[in-house]
Design a protein around this ligand. Sequence first.
Ligand SMILES: [Zn+2]
Length: 348
Amino acid sequence: MAKVRALVLEKQHELGLREIDLPLEVGPGMVRIAIHTVGVCGSDVHYYTHGRIGPFVVDAPMVLGHEAAGTVVEVGAGVSHLKVGDRVCMEPGIPDPNSRASRLGMYNVDPAVRFWATPPIHGVLTAEVIHPANYTFKLPDHVSFAEGAMVEPFAVGMQAASKARIAPGDTAVVLGAGPIGTMVALAALAGGCARVIVADLAQPKLDIAAQYQGIIPVNIRETNLIEKVGELTEGWGADVVFECSGSPRAWETIMDLPRPGGCIVVVGLPVEPTKVDIAAASTKELRIENVFRYAHQYDRAIALIASGKVDLKPLISETFAFEDSKAAFDRAVEARPDDVKLQIRVAS
Ligand SMILES: [Zn+2]
C-alpha cells in the first residue's frame, strides 16, 4: 500500500481530494499506469448525488473515476505486449478469467467482475493505478489521452451497435441524445447505418449530435417521432431502435418505431420496473437485445478513432485540472444541456 492523493467520495454528497492508501505493487501480468486524463461519467456523479446505484451502495470511502488514459510506468512479469512509456487506455472491469461467463466470452456479465468506482472497488482519479495488462490497450501516437479516456463510453456505443447486428444502409433511431445516446449514434454510423435519427427533448443536445454527418435530429417537443420515422422510411419503420433515454415513457410507443423484423437495443435503464408491450413486439417479430457495459470492444473502438472514421473530440466540453476535481463534479451535477463530456487532467 502507498499513501497517494485521490478524489475520494467519503459518502453521499461528501467529495474531496485527500491522501488515501492504495495498492501500487506490480504483480505478474500487471502494469502500473500514470493516469493522465479521466472522464466524469454519469455513474460517478450518481454515486456522489445519491450514494448508490441499485444494489451498489457507497458505505466506505471510495475513489471515483473509471474512464481513463495514461502512460505505462512499470511492467510486471510475463507482460509482453506493453512496455514502459506506452500511452494506453484501460478497460475498467476486471472479470474472473476462469468464470463460466468469461469462458463463454461474455466477461462483462461475469457476476464476479470488479469494476472501477463501483463499490467497494476504488476508481482511478489518482496519480497511478495497477491494472491487468490484458485489459490495458495501447493508443496510436496520433490518438490523444483525452480521446483515450473517451474510449470507455464509446465502447458502450460499440457494444450496442454490435448487438444490433447492423447491415450496411440500415436506418436507426436513437432515443435520448445524452452522452451515451450520442456515442451509440456514432457507433451505429460507423457500423454501417446510412442515417441515424436522434430524438430528444433538449435542443442543445440535438444540436451537438447534429454536427455529425448522417445524424437527423428530431426534437420530440415539436415533432411526432413516429410520424417522422414513417415519413423517412415510407411507412416501413427503422431497422434498429436504440433506447438510450432510460425513460419509462419511451416504452409506451417504442414498438411503433421499428420495421417488421427489426430490432430494439436497450441501453438506457428505467429506475422502476417498466411496462413493455410484448404483444406489439410479437406482431412485428421484433428482436430485443440488452447491453451491459461491453466486451471485446476496446481494440475496435480505438481502431475506429485512429482511422478518423469516428471523431469524439467535439464531445469533450471542458477539461478541469486535478486540483479542481470537485468543481468538475459539481459542474456535472448541474447537468447543463450543452455539456456532453467533462474531463479531469490528472497529470500536470
Ligand atoms: Zn462511464
